[in-house]
Design a protein around this ligand. Structure first.
Ligand SMILES: Nc1nc2c(ncn2[C@@H]2O[C@H](COP(=O)(O)OP(=O)(O)OP(=O)(O)O)[C@@H](O)[C@H]2O)c(=O)[nH]1
Ligand SMILES: [Mg+2]
Length: 331
């Protein structure tokens, strides 16, 4: 028996699948339970909803018992948003300044090195997506927190930050790359594979240089450019002057290799603030599945609005989605 779900339920379900805050998620689940038509065709879904609600309630209660302030584990930060970026670099290179400039996180910014003592995550908004930046203590010969490598290893991307204000920027750059490689993390594009370290994890890398507002910045940037060549682009920024940060975040999103599609319910405009993030080559079925596995199972066809099709074209589940497409699922 088909579930025949009303559009307001489908909308709540989409909101809930994207909601990260546990309390808001619980409220949405409760509204879904109120909205879902109760008949034989939905009894399985009603049961599942009740189970999720009771699980979420116990998790919230357990969280309260262990103290209201959420403790950040030192070597694991739960991923949020479209992707997780670990800020990597020598001391005083401007990592915290970037995180402070583009997120609401409270970071330690100081003229002296080793100001950052623990990982601090923050969410940065770029267009209609959120990127999670993790400020980290520096990588230096004098001292380096061992957990830093675990965080970099599990992050989606390493955001390497080098300062043009550093008299030894090439030495620091080399040191960080080598130290990471010794810790079995090979920055993609910047470090070639080494048969001595065959198990090194290859990490997508975005390279930012800070201090483009400083004297000699242009000359120093050319020195670094000579070393990096055209292997990966260098994104120049000035955090105090808020220059280049939007472009840097754009490059961060691009490094994830994701595209954005949008969903709509019949008779309503698409929600362009709330993209579904998909890997390139994803199909209509993949898009449906990313919202809810039931969507994909019950999908009969989708209507699609985009660049290389006519508006509202009817497509089947195996149709490949393009960046910017709007999808209307029919079950
Ligand atoms: N002029 C200029 N100063 C900057 C820029 N970015 C950071 N700074 C300054 O550089 C110093 C170090 O900045 P932080 O952001 O604390 O550097 P960090 O890499 O987090 O340092 P650690 O925590 O020691 O690893 C501070 O005095 C910042 O104000 C920049 O783009 N331009
Ligand atoms: Mg810092």
């Amino acid at each position: 028996m088909p579930a025949n779900l009303p559009p307001q339920y489908t909308k709540l379900e989409q909101e809930c699948s994207l909601e990260k805050d546990p309390k808001k998620r619980l409220a949405l689940l409760e509204r879904m339970l109120a909205e879902i038509p109760k008949h034989k065709g939905t009894s399985h879904m009603v049961g599942e909803l009740k189970h999720k609600i009771s699980k979420m309630k116990s998790q919230l209660e357990a969280g309260l018992k262990h103290g209201a302030s959420r403790q950040t584990s030192l070597d694991h930060i739960p991923r949020e948003g479209a992707g997780q970026f670990a800020l990597v670099g020598p001391p005083n290179s401007g990592k915290s300044s970037i995180v402070g400039a583009v997120t609401r996180a409270t970071v330690e910014i100081a003229e002296w090195p080793f100001a950052t003592r623990k990982p601090v995550p923050g969410m940065a908004a770029w267009e209609n997506v959120h990127l999670q930046l993790i400020d980290l203590p520096p990588i230096a010969e004098e001292h380096c927190e061992p957990y830093v490598f675990n965080i970099i290893r599990t992050a989606d991307v390493a955001l390497l930050v080098i300062s043009l204000g550093d008299d030894d920027l090439l030495g620091e750059y080399d040191y960080v790359l080598n130290r990471l490689h010794q810790a079995k993390i090979r920055l993609h594009g910047l470090v070639d594979p080494d048969p001595q370290i065959p198990t090194a994890v290859e990490k997508t890398t975005v390279l930012a240089v800070t201090g483009i507002d400083l004297p000699d910045a242009a000359t120093r940037l050319m020195l670094l450019q000579d070393v990096v060549g055209d292997r990966i682009p260098i994104w120049p920024v000035s955090s105090p002057q808020q220059r280049g940060l939007k472009e840097l975040l754009g490059a961060c999103f691009a490094s994830l290799g994701l595209m954005r599609a949008y969903t709509k319910t019949p008779g309503h405009p698409a929600d362009m603030d709330d993209p579904v993030l998909l890997t390139h080559g994803a199909t209509v079925a993949d898009a449906a599945r990313s919202i809810h596995k039931e969507f994909a199972e019950k999908l009969q066809f989708a209507k699609i609005w985009g660049k290389h099709i006519f508006d509202g074209q009817r497509v089947m589940a195996d149709h490949v989605v393009e960046d910017g497409d709007i999808l209307e699922f029919h079950m």
